[in-house]
Ligand binder design. Structure first.
Ligand code: PMP
Length: 440
């Protein structure tokens, strides 16, 4: 069955298939961290549905919540009608929101993916400000339709200005650390304030507190506070995309809480649906300028996703899983950093909470000019082939990892927040073995 399914799907599906190429497995059962394939093999899953599974696969509280809705006979798609299931979801969601936003928040259900909520957020700030331009950052990932929005609106209408996202290692200014973040912030300010820059006052700024797909790049708290001050001073709504960083993943319930930053708009998806599709945009109530029907969508009322999401949000809050992610993530990062010294092909290990990345570089490569970084002599050229090889070696050892970064040279771990110490050791051992095998 295993081989036949792989063969048929490869023949039938689009050539844009991604995960299916690197991970030739056929999942048939899953629980917690573990996936069982049709070939009878078991895998530790640190891809977690691209970060969707805060509680791992098929957590009993999530299954129970879904069963309750099914057994109640409730309609499963309720558009944007009021329902008890939605009432419970928004109650729990509002309970978790960062202070400063929680007291004055509105939520718009979007359907059904993170991308949809990003589009809604961009649309909202344009409607609220009457302006069009959007400030976004190098290496950012907000979904698959921003390009489409840009194209359909025309360059004049939705202009996206790209700003440097601060990085310690591979800092575009060649200095890293606080100084690099300062230069990135100044660049942004000068772009906004210099009439010659050609960038008119924008409708909003959108950023990820930790860039996930961009290669696990945590922004410093100081830089985030700076972006908040800079946007506030110019009345530019700040949209924080917490699609991947939310629900405890980085060690706080929402990643903005590390810096005490209060966004105007938050984009949420992935874990908020407890593994089912759900996406919302949450925003300050005075931005609620939309007339009825201004933002629609058939699949905004998925009752199963709301119930699974409510159970997930509550479980993370009640069991202190954000603090657990902070503590375990710190330990895992500490152990993984030993690989930096041990293997020339490991460029940098970085992350926040249980959002972890290991960058692979050319072991023999010359350091890049002008870049300062953690590795002695500065960063070497990235090595996507080695990263792909590490992913393959991990899979052989029963570990599923994702690749990220602009050229897919970063091995990414997004384990469920429920991962035990013993399971974490199993993950680290397999990854270290895989790196050793690739390093030769
Ligand atoms: N924003 C961020 C930060 C993401 O990581 C992703 C997905 N990886 C998205 C938006 C898009 O979400 P989706 O794939 O559900 O459309």
């Amino acid at each position: 069955a295993h081989e036949g399914i792989l063969r048929r799907q490869a023949a039938r599906e689009s050539s844009a298939r991604t995960y299916a190429r690197a991970l030739p497995i056929v999942p048939v059962r899953a629980r917690g961290l573990t996936i069982e394939g049709a070939d009878g093999r078991r895998y530790l899953d640190c891809l977690s549905g691209a970060g969707t599974l805060a509680l791992g696969h098929n957590h009993p509280v999530v299954l129970e919540a879904i069963r309750r809705v099914l057994d109640s006979g409730a309609p499963l798609n309720c558009l944007d009608l009021a329902t008890p299931v939605k009432d419970a979801f928004t109650t729990e969601l509002f309970r978790t929101l960062p202070p400063g936003l929680a007291e004055h928040a509105r939520v718009q259900f979007c359907g059904p993916a993170g991308t949809d909520a990003v589009e809604a957020a961009l649309k909202l700030v344009r409607a609220a400000t009457g302006r069009t331009g959007i400030l976004a950052f190098t290496g950012a990932y907000h979904g698959q339709t921003v390009g489409a929005l840009e194209a359909s609106g025309g360059a004049q209408e939705v202009r996206v200005a790209r700003l440097p996202y601060p990085q310690d290692y591979r800092c575009p200014f060649g200095v890293g650390g606080a100084r690099g973040a300062e230069l990135a912030a100044r660049w942004t300010e000068s772009l906004l304030d210099d009439p010659k820059s050609g960038v008119p006052l924008p409708a909003g700024m959108i950023l990820e507190p930790v860039q996930g797909e961009g290669g696990v790049l945590p922004a410093s708290d100081a830089w985030l506070r700076r972006m908040r001050a800079l946007t506030e001073a110019r009345a530019i709504p700040l949209i924080v995309d917490e699609v991947q960083t939310g629900v405890g993943r980085t060690g706080r319930y929402w990643a903005v809480e590390h810096s005490g930053t209060v966004p105007d708009v938050m984009v949420l998806s992935k874990a908020i649906g407890g593994s089912l599709p759900l996406a919302v945009v949450v925003y300050r109530e005075d931005l609620d300028v939309w007339p009825p029907g201004a933002h629609a969508g058939t699949f905004r009322g998925n009752q199963l996703a709301m119930a699974a999401g409510t159970a997930t949000l509550a479980y993370v809050r009640e069991n202190g899983l954000a603090a657990r992610a902070a503590e375990l993530g710190e330990r895992m990062l500490g152990q993984l950093r030993e690989l930096e010294g041990a293997y020339g092909c490991v460029g940098e290990v970085r992350g926040r909470g249980l959002m972890i990345g290991v960058e692979l570089v050319e072991a023999e490569g010359e350091p890049l000019d002008g870049a300062a970084g953690a590795a002695p002599g500065g960063p070497r050229p990235t090595a996507p082939d080695l990263a792909a090889a590490v992913q393959r070696e991990c899979l052989r050892r029963g570990l599923i990892v994702e690749l990220g970064g602009r050229d897919a040279s970063v091995v990414r771990l997004l384990p469920p927040l429920t991962i035990t110490d013993e399971q974490a050791s199993g993950v680290l051992d397999r990854l270290a073995d895989a790196v050793a095998a690739v390093a030769g």
